[in-house]
Design a protein around this ligand. Sequence first.
Ligand code: KG4
Ligand code: ZN
Length: 342
Amino acid sequence: MNKSPELILAIESSCDETSVAVVKDGHEILSNIVASQIKSHQRFGGVVPEVASRHHVEQITLCLREALAEAQVTPAELSAVAVTYGPGLVGSLLIGLSAAKAFAWAHELPLIPVNHMAGHIYAARFVAPLEFPLMALLVSGGHTELVYMKADGEYEIIGQTRDDAAGEAYDKVGRVLGLTYPSGKEIDQLAHEGEDVFHFPRAMINEGHFDFSFSGLKSAFINLVHNGEQRGETYSKVDLAASFQASVCDVLITKTLRALKEYPVKQLIVAGGVAANQGLRVGLTQALAESDLTTELLIPPLRLCGDNGAMIGAAAHVQLQKGDFADLSLNADPSLSFQEMA
Ligand code: KG4
Ligand code: ZN
């Protein structure tokens, strides 16, 4: 383990991306192979767990070999194997976990158990060193959370969604607009051509806590479109997208800024698939610039916002330093939360 440099092989398979990366010293990507199976799920309008597991089985060994080859690293040079053990789909998680355990056992390497959401936060480590305390706005297909971190590996959820996650809301209204799954990116693009003419509700925006709710917005959107259809009216797709996005971004930005005032931090990290959203990126940058806060904004590049192995390697680096290892009895934990790790 005292080998230099530190090289972590990191495996991610929690949902519909099989990914393996080799990360050097926690912040340098030597390889980051991502095999997306999204095309197989699109016709179902969402991820089918059984189909996802089968794809992971087909892809995992290929990704592993390719990640080592691209990084030009041999198993003997590795310091550890890291793997996502939750949250996610149990069948999907188990494929990555089994591969990681087998590899760690065969090559006598320590095994590092990584929380997928911690991985999303640590994707920001590829942009700049993290400075504490920091706040992370985690926005993905399954999560919407404000996480306060006093130090590496210490997570305190100060607010979270009470119903749908932001990405989930994007995907559900996308279906009503006839878009393919996942529709966040397309709605984001359409939104830039339209205007917020429908003024959808901004749930809990003025309430003192930091929780979110997106199911009311989703229902308001669906009802408007369906009622319109019944009257024979069709609304402009770009205006619907712009109005939906304005509501989501308004709530996320307003609450995040309020959280930054109550919890002074050095950095704000925006992470998860929805961190790719241009409206959110631009809106947050502007709101911070117009505020009297000096918080540094860190948003991973687009390719590191979605699920990938490199982010798991970055989070694992911190655990390796602390000696936070798992043995081969490590199991998948589909509903793993930060609280459980505390
Ligand atoms: O983090 P992620 O890749 O997977 C999960 O762990 O959930 O996030 C996927 C989510 C999907 O709901 C997708 O629609 C959303 O991220 N997404 C976006 C954008 N790109 C991806 N949502 C809004 N705007 C985008 N540009
Ligand atoms: Zn994710």
